[in-house]
Design a protein. Structure first.
Length: 341
């Protein structure tokens, strides 16, 4: 019945009678050309991003404002954003929880890049920190806000995460509440001068659910939605919202899964340099050429077969973790053997 209706529709549309073979041949051409067009568009996007992350000129960061604010800046990706923006002449407001590490990072940045810094100690698992941060940022000409701070849970089924009630509350406060409150604090000043960049650091796990890291990946999906909606609302007011969702980057957070930096897991400095080339050119990216390929593959899988995609990711995570644990145990044993020899 359905086939007949489709056939009648096409025949009516082109004004010619068609036999069954001809109809299916037309339909299969339509499907094939649509898939090819989709693949073509994706390849164009990927190639464009590949060139941008590798070769595009850095934007004039200081033209957006004198200061960059970076959350979670004493290690990993946040530390690299702070250093790279300082290298380009921005003054840096550093927000993290460990006062000693903050002082060390501020001293290093001032010494290496000759720019002013401001240190703000805050633990984003708390809700009473925001008035203090606001007071310390008052009066600064903020051009860039990097919402980077994030924490992950242990890789395990939902109920097996130790101290679940507190851990899940912390994850939501650090990954999501910090981003909303910091953006709410800094955005009015940017809107007033009609320019500013907000960089939201998410994770490739925002594309499709990641079993065994379910709550973490759900907080990252929140960021994806938040970034895209905000970008639309404030584009006409001169604000750029740049969403970056990395795959593996070689940092403390990933040290259980990744043992050394490489092509798949770049160092945070390499990753951030590649991403900063794109912040005024691409709204959503994984920040690094290879990560963009992984992102598009994950997106495609989730689009055509969402349940199979989740099963595959769950299976992969389990295996990657098992292999990483075995490798870790082997390295530990090799080190112990070398010591006793
Ligand atoms: N690394 C990856 O492969 C990867 C992949 C996808 C997404 N990401 C995302 O990238 C972002 C940065 O990750 P990363 O790998 O660079 O992490 P990281 O190396 O663990 O560094 C996290 C930074 O955040 C600070 N921090 C943690 N909890 C905090 C809290 N409650 N209050 C204030 N500061 C806090 C840490 O400060 P302390 O020095 O005090 O610990 C540290 O400076 C996160 O949003 C993460 O989800 C990372």
């Amino acid at each position: 019945m359905m086939c007949l209706e489709v056939k009648d529709f096409i025949q009516g549309y082109i004004g010619t009678r068609m036999d069954g073979w001809c109809l299916w041949s037309v339909l299969s051409w339509i499907v094939t050309l649509s898939v090819l067009a989709w693949v073509g568009v994706q390849l164009i996007h990927l190639t464009r991003r590949l060139f941008i992350h590798a070769f595009a000129a850095y934007p004039p960061f200081t033209s957006y404002g004198a200061w960059a604010v970076v959350t979670g800046c004493t290690d990993g990706i946040g530390l690299s954003y702070a250093k790279e923006l300082a290298r380009h002449g921005m003054k840096i407001a550093l927000i993290s929880r460990n006062p000693d590490k903050l002082e060390t990072v501020a001293w290093q940045i001032e010494k290496e890049f000759g720019v002013e810094t401001k240190v703000i100690q805050a633990d984003f698992t708390k809700l009473d920190i925001y008035e203090g941060i606001k007071e310390k940022l008052a009066g600064l000409d903020i051009g860039i806000l990097v919402n980077n701070v994030g924490m992950a849970t242990r890789i395990s089924p939902f109920l097996d995460v130790p101290d679940g009630e507190k851990t899940y509350q912390d994850v939501l406060l650090v990954n999501n509440m910090s981003m909303v409150r910091m953006t709410h604090m800094v955005l009015p000043g940017m809107v007033e001068k009609r320019k500013g960049i907000i960089i939201n650091v998410s994770s490739i796990s925002d594309v499709s659910p990641v079993p065994l890291l379910t709550t973490y990946s759900a907080t990252k999906a929140f960021i994806y939605s938040f970034s895209r909606g905000l970008a639309y609302e404030y584009k006409s007011k001169g604000i750029l919202v740049h969403h970056v969702d990395p795959w593996y980057v070689y940092t403390k957070m990933m040290n259980k899964l990744v043992h050394r930096p490489g092509l798949m897991a770049p160092t945070p400095d390499i990753f951030v340099r590649a991403d900063l080339r794109s912040i005024t050119k691409v709204q959503v990216t994984s920040g690094y050429w290879l990560h963009n390929f992984m992102r598009e593959a994950a997106r495609f899988m989730d689009f055509i077969a969402p349940t199979a995609a989740t099963n595959m990711v769950g299976w992969t995570i389990k295996n990657v973790l098992e292999r990483a644990m075995q490798k870790r145990a082997k390295l530990k044993k090799q080190k112990a053997d070398a010591k006793t020899a």
